[in-house]
Design a protein around this ligand. Structure first.
Ligand code: PCD
Length: 795
């Protein structure tokens, strides 16, 4: 089974489950169509919800007339924001991250006074069929008084526009600073050279394959709500529904995330829509289902990024970086989403040191309300934006100093003996061998020869570019204490139950929630390794708050390290209990018992042994256990790691740009990633592939745009371009393994790494190709048109 090249990280001899490139157990049901998604589930008497949304960016609601809609055939009820208020539920969508001075305006399930972005929910129709519900939407008559709107985060703060919320007159939700301003000013004053870049990181739309959905079932007799939904974090949703929106006791809410068809950050947020679905079921006493349409998703799934930034870097003539200064306007959209405040603050400013030793860093972020869809996490959330800034700065600095960009990076990398490394941006990096990963990536493309080829081709008016993206990522979002100090309103731990069943199979219940990452396979590998059983003996259960008592969910590339760490710890406890039973039954002391691939045997007497699965049976029989030991063989674990993990790597892209047509062709794409110990190399490679695709999408194709009326212009698949397979190169992947000391299995996250790396790598490559045209920087998405204009094609 094993073609492991990492050997696993268990403290036992192991059975090779950890580190094996085994196929994903979840794929058969997913690929044969038997996977069950929220919309596949039907209960007897299910009704259907459709949501009327505002078509204005900013307007006051004057009147809502629901009578025509109510009279339509099949319509059961039409609710407005006033109805929700009258029902007396708490009716608040909570943000999960507080910041000093944060303005937190009221955020209700259905709007009552004003609509603040196109797509704001204003009324809910419940009907016997989905069609009837959607048909009735047009017959709700809403009168608005239109207000002036603003969609750009800089305009929102600097122009004299009406506030999105009266509570924030200047549209500033928060004003955030990180680092030492004085030390940074000094570094800039003392440095030989300064380079700078102005850049925009456009809004991205997550585009999960499965649009959001919810099915709610309120049972009046027991006062219990069951809610199936597309969730990355069912337990967090349970908590927010309980405390914020519905006011039901947490133990009367069951949130189930069945198969979830991709999240990419967009299914963390506790949106109004799913809450309204639940509330409607409570009003009608019947199951209610809501399934977003694709265009509804474009309009209402959280967007990502939306930064306008000025970055500056100070260096000495020998290329030593002295300081970095960053000023960013971050668009938050019309409301504070769940992680919308954390993303452009702590998840962003803290990674600005990248892979480099930078003595002084200062970052200032203005979080601005705008009349747009709320922004929340999108793959790489915050870290992608921060690494983009530092990598662009290093590239422009290399030009300023006329040094090779690989060489300038090399001169400033944090050396391996400096770990744990405390950056000037307040993080303590766990472990890293940055130069080794960079060298490996450069070797793959034969960097020196490639530079030579670049020079030769330029003589023939051909422009190839070599782009480098070196990154770190803070993955895992823990420990809870640290997260709490920074404003998190939830913990950073994870919880799991590892259970031997009485006939020897193993059930792992995990508080994370897969959306395609492959947890059912990798978690089984972790447990199998620790328990010495086969991967096929392990069944992993996620995504049901009634079966899995506690958990935090899947985001921030935390599941392998925090979830996997919890499972490993629980399994080790289970193993130790089994060891005590083995010692008892083999009539020897616990210290004399050795464990090898599932078998407990007496040291020096390998024939006197008991298999862990036999012991499991004994544990439930309970006939012959050590004095005072309780029966059963399971462990509930809560695991709060010491710190984040810090994956890293270097990606290199080779592109050819045709300045006449603006066409960009990616010739090669090399990704060297280090995510510590690797549970499943095939899954990790898949994560890297998908991540690169999303990074290339951001660099060359994607970007949400609003028109002058504040309407989302990119609201369909033919208007918002996600790259097709034919537009993507073959990826060449490789890795180094630098274990993280921060969790028991030495892993680091990988889910977001490649997205973080790919966008700066591609932009680096395209601007490198265009160096002869004096082009230092082009904003994403770099399209043929923007290249053509920048190279003077339109003159
Ligand atoms: N791993 C291994 N090894 C290592 C690491 C890892 O093996 N060292 C693996 C695991 O186990 C899993 C995966 O891999 O399975 C991943 O992991 P991680 O990194 O830990 O992560 P998670 O937590 O699991 O997940 C999350 C992520 C995120 S974050 C995102 S965006 C995205 C990614 O994930 N999303 C998604 N990826 C993916 N995939 C898919 N398919 N889908 C999806 O949706 Mo955020 O924060 O939310 O923005």
């Amino acid at each position: 089974m094993s073609d492991a090249d990492t050997g696993g990280a268990s403290d036992t001899d192991g059975n090779g489950a950890f580190g094996a490139a085994i196929e994903r157990g979840e794929d058969v049901p997913l690929l044969t169509g038997s996977g069950e998604y929220t919309d596949d589930i039907s209960l007897r008497g299910t009704t259907h919800l459709a949501i009327r949304r505002s078509d204005h960016a900013h307007a006051r609601i004057e009147n809502i007339d629901t009578s025509d809609a109510e009279a339509m055939e099949g319509v059961l009820a039409v609710f407005t924001g006033e109805d929700v208020v009258e029902s007396g539920v708490p009716n608040t969508i909570l943000t999960a991250w507080d910041l000093p001075g944060l303005v937190q305006p009221q955020y209700r399930m259905l709007a009552t006074d004003k609509v603040r972005h196109e797509g704001t929910p204003v009324a809910a129709v419940v009907a016997e069929t989905r069609h009837a519900a959607h048909d009735a939407l047009e017959h709700i008559h809403v009168e608005y008084e239109e207000l002036e709107h603003v969609t750009d985060p800089v305009d929102a703060v600097e122009r004299d526009v009406p506030p999105v919320h009266d509570e924030a007159e200047d549209n500033v939700a928060f004003d955030f600073e990180l680092g030492d301003a004085d030390a940074t000013d000094e570094a800039f004053a003392d440095a030989d050279r300064v380079a700078s870049v102005d850049l925009r990181q456009p809004r991205l739309i997550p585009n999960a394959m499965e649009p959001r959905a919810a099915l709610a079932d309120w049972e009046e007799a027991t006062g219990k709500l069951r809610l199936w939904m597309t969730s990355q974090n069912p337990h967090l949703h349970r908590m927010l529904l309980s405390a914020g929106t519905l006011g039901l006791p947490e133990n009367k809410i069951q949130v189930i995330a069945p198969e979830v068809g991709g999240g990419f950050g967009s299914k963390i947020y506790h949106y109004p829509d799913e809450a309204v679905t639940a509330w409607c079921s409570m009003q009608l006493g019947r199951p209610v289902k809501w399934q977003a349409t694709r265009s509804e998703s474009y309009l209402t799934d959280c967007h990502g990024r939306d930064h306008v930034t000025t970055g500056e870097i100070a260096l000495d003539d020998d290329g030593t970086i002295r300081g970095v200064r960053v000023e960013t306007h971050a668009g938050l959209g019309a409301q504070l989403s769940q992680f919308g405040t954390a993303t452009p603050s702590y998840l962003y400013a803290t990674v600005l040191s990248g892979q480099y030793t930078i003595p002084a860093i200062h970052c200032h972020v203005i979080g601005a309300f705008t009349n747009t869809t709320p922004v929340d996490a999108y793959r790489g959330a915050g870290r992608a934006e921060g690494i983009y800034v530092i990598e662009r700065l290093v590239d422009v600095a290399a030009r300023e100093l006329e040094v090779d960009p690989a060489e300038l990076r090399r001169r400033n990398l944090v050396p391996p003996d400096e770990f744990p490394y405390e950056s000037a941006a307040a993080l303590v990096y766990d472990s890293g061998e940055y130069e080794r990963a960079m060298d490996l990536a450069l070797e793959h493309v034969d960097y020196e020869a490639l530079r030579e080829r670049q020079r030769e081709l330029r003589n023939e008016d051909r422009y190839i570019g070599i782009g480098i993206g070196s990154f770190i990522e803070s993955a895992g979002l823990s420990p809870s204490g640290l997260a709490g100090d920074l404003g998190a309103q939830a913990g950073g731990w994870e919880s799991s139950i590892v259970r031997f069943d009485s006939t020897g199979s193993v059930t792992v219940l995990a508080g994370t929630a897969d959306q395609g990452q492959g947890h059912r396979t990798t978690y089984a590998q972790v447990a199998a390794e620790e328990l010495g059983v086969s991967v096929d003996d392990v069944t992993v259960v996620e995504g049901d708050t009634d079966r899995i008592p506690q958990g935090m969910g899947t985001y921030g590339s935390r599941s392998a390290s925090v979830g996997g760490g919890s499972i490993a710890r629980g399994a080790r406890e289970v193993r130790e209990k089994a060891r005590r039973i083995a010692a008892h039954q083999l009539e020897t002391s616990v210290d004399d018992i050795e464990f090898d691939d599932g078998e407990f045997h007496v040291a020096g007497a390998p024939d006197r042994s008991l298999h862990i699965q036999t012991i499991a049976h004994e544990a439930y029989l309970g006939h012959d256990l050590p004095e005072g030991m309780d029966p059963g063989l399971e462990e509930t674990n809560f695991y709060d790691p010491e710190n984040f993990t810090y994956p890293f790597g270097t990606h290199v892209a080779v592109v050819e740009v045709d300045p006449e047509t603006g066409e960009i062709e990616i010739e090669r794409y090399v990704a060297v990633d280090d995510c510590g110990e690797i549970i499943n190399p095939m899954i990790v490679e898949g994560q890297v592939h998908g991540g690169i695709a999303q990074g290339i999408g951001a660099a060359l194709y994607e970007g949400a745009a609003y028109d002058d009326d504040g309407h989302l212009r990119t609201r369909r698949m033919d208007e918002y371009v996600v790259p097709h397979a034919t537009q993507l190169p073959d990826y060449e992947t490789d890795h180094t393994v630098t274990p993280s000391p921060h969790n028991p299995i030495g892993v680091k996250g990988v889910g977001e790494s490649a997205t973080i790396a790919a966008a700066p790598t591609i932009v680096s490559a395209v601007t490198d190709a265009l160096e002869p045209f004096g082009i230092d920087h082009l904003d994403m998405p770099i399209t043929p048109e923007s290249v053509w204009r920048a190279t003077g094609g339109d003159n």
